[in-house]
Design a protein around this ligand. Structure first.
Ligand code: GDP
Ligand code: ZN
Length: 296
């Protein structure tokens, strides 16, 4: 058996990187019977047939799996934001950072376009919330050397609102990135983000990346329901206080004796993070009611 990682899935074929070769594989029928399907990012065992072909025989245990984009074993989300146009709303960052927490995924906040605007407000919020936060410019290359050690040897999903500079950053990191992506778009005859095709790209700095469209692409109804159930703990800087609230089941929105609100007043939790918490709390509320109704 050969062990490798699925780099790409296309038309029923899995392309597995094993050492320095790329094996073109089919999956065993048993996966379909068991209701599991191999995902891009999966570590798998392949039975080689020769000629660079093989069968995926086993999927090794996953760190996590996302339905959208359909990918497994993401180590971290690199959340790209900007203080220049398009200016990123903290709420968008917080929402996707919470989803990362649900999936046991790290987060790196990358503030791009710092040649135009230093994004001071975002920098202060995310540094205070405890996220590795970097200022970069894809245009000038500033900050990119500091980014490399944070992504090297890991599988990262790059996400951000459209126009924030995702492709510019990936290209600045590795000028061949666009070429690699271009091949696939061309082969499929479609644009970069118009397919559901997912692929891992290996950058020259040793990072593996999945390039995914906007923040909202990670959301599914199931994830949102789980987020509703586990919301407080997905705000990492709330965690030290969650056991100290006066009431069990405290919602950390307005209760007396709430340790989270107290930490907020003491300046230990960024105000904007708690505002996002409140907004998410309200937004996810009807979802849970809907689910309970269906259960009766
Ligand atoms: P994407 O939609 O997130 O992939 O964004 P793009 O990489 O296509 O970038 C959108 C626009 O912003 C393009 O016109 C880029 O040239 C520009 N851009 C990207 N990064 C920077 C940057 O760091 N500084 C400046 N000034 N412009 C940038
Ligand atoms: Zn509380």
């Amino acid at each position: 058996m050969t062990e490798g990682r699925i780099q790409k899935a296309l038309s029923g074929f899995y392309y597995v990187a094993a050492g320095d070769q790329m094996l073109t594989c089919r999956a065993r029928g048993k996966f379909r019977k068991e209701g599991v399907s191999p995902l891009v990012g999966d570590m798998v065992e392949v039975r080689e047939l020769g000629n660079g072909e093989g069968f995926v025989e086993r999927i090794l245990p996953r760190r996590n799996a996302f339905e959208r984009p359909a990918v497994a074993n993401i180590d971290q989300l690199v959340i790209i934001a900007s203080g220049a146009i398009p200016k990123t709303e903290p709420y968008l960052i917080d929402r996707v950072a919470s989803i990362a927490a649900l999936k046991d995924c790290g987060v790196v906040v990358l503030l791009n376009k710092c040649d135009l605007d230093p994004a001071d407000r975002l920098y202060d919020i995310y540094t205070a919330a405890g996220f590795p936060t970097l200022r970069v410019s894809a245009e000038t290359g500033d900050g990119l050397e500091e980014l490399k050690p944070l992504i090297s040897g890991k599988l990262s999903a790059f996400t951000g609102n459209s126009g924030v500079g995702k492709s510019s950053i990936l290209n600045a990191l590795d000028p061949e990135f666009d070429l690699k992506v271009g091949e696939v778009s061309q082969a499929l005859g479609r644009g970069r983000h118009t397919t559901r095709h997912v692929e891992l790209y290996h950058l020259s700095c040793g990072a593996d990346v999945v390039d995914s469209p906007g923040f909202s692409s990670f959301e599914t109804e199931e994830l949102n329901l789980e987020l509703k159930r586990r919301l407080p703990e997905t705000f990492q800087e709330f965690r030290p206080y969650l056991d100290d609230c006066r009431f069990v089941g405290c919602s950390h929105t307005k209760e007396k004796g709430c340790a989270v609100l107290e930490a907020l007043r003491a300046g230990k939790i960024p105000k904007s993070r708690h505002e996002s918490y409140l907004r998410l709390y309200e937004e996810l509320k009807p979802l849970q009611e809907w689910q309970q109704k269906n259960k009766r």
